[in-house]
Design a protein around this ligand. Structure first.
Ligand code: ZN
Length: 187
């Protein structure tokens, strides 16, 4: 993973938020083992992309990287970003339904049922263990982003009504993806 991860994170400025149905959104990310400056640079770029996109969270999968980490900013205020490396959701309690969107699915907002609270164990950017007791929106973001690290998207969890309501938008995203990948030479 070392060689691979180094080359993957060589050019953080090139990172962009991928849109559905990019197959890279479906990868299951292996744990981060190297807490390097390269990793820091990637995270800095991810924060930038999250802020530009006015998102509350962004997982490495969404920028095409197979790294088990995400950034989030519940309040949207600068300086309040949290980086969670190798997150695991534990002690999930309660069940609430609320609307969710995703930077990788522009124009899609669907109702998703999630645990109301959970304990998230993870590491920080230095590899130190950290624990976060999360509830409501924070718990929701942690579950949404951890889903991304397992290749799961909100459209996999939406109910039948949203399935019908989002059909056109999803088809448009698929057409858009097909036309942009056709225009570019295969890598
Ligand atoms: Zn998302």
């Amino acid at each position: 993973m070392d060689d691979n991860s180094t080359s993957m994170i060589a050019e953080p400025t090139q990172l962009r938020v991928l849109h559905y149905p990019d197959p890279r959104l479906r990868q299951v990310c292996p744990p981060v083992t190297e807490f390097s400056n390269g990793l820091r640079a990637v995270v800095a770029r991810m924060r930038e992309l999250m802020e530009t996109g006015k998102g509350v969270g962004l997982a490495a999968t969404q920028v095409g990287l197979s790294l088990r980490l995400f950034v989030m900013n519940v309040t949207g205020k600068p300086g309040e970003e949290i980086v969670l490396v190798n997150p695991a959701i534990r002690d999930a309690h309660g069940s609430v339904e609320a609307e969710e969107g995703c930077l990788s699915l522009p124009g899609i907002n669907v109702q998703i049922r999630r645990a109301q609270q959970c304990l998230v164990t993870a590491q920080d950017l230095d590899g130190n263990p950290l624990e976060l007791r999360a509830e409501d929106l924070t718990a929701r973001i942690c579950q949404h982003e951890t889903d991304h690290l397992n290749g799961v998207l909100i459209i996999d969890r939406m109910g039948p009504t949203d399935k019908i309501a989002t059909r056109k938008t999803l088809r448009a995203l698929e057409d858009q993806f097909r036309s942009t990948t056709k225009a570019r030479p295969a890598r």
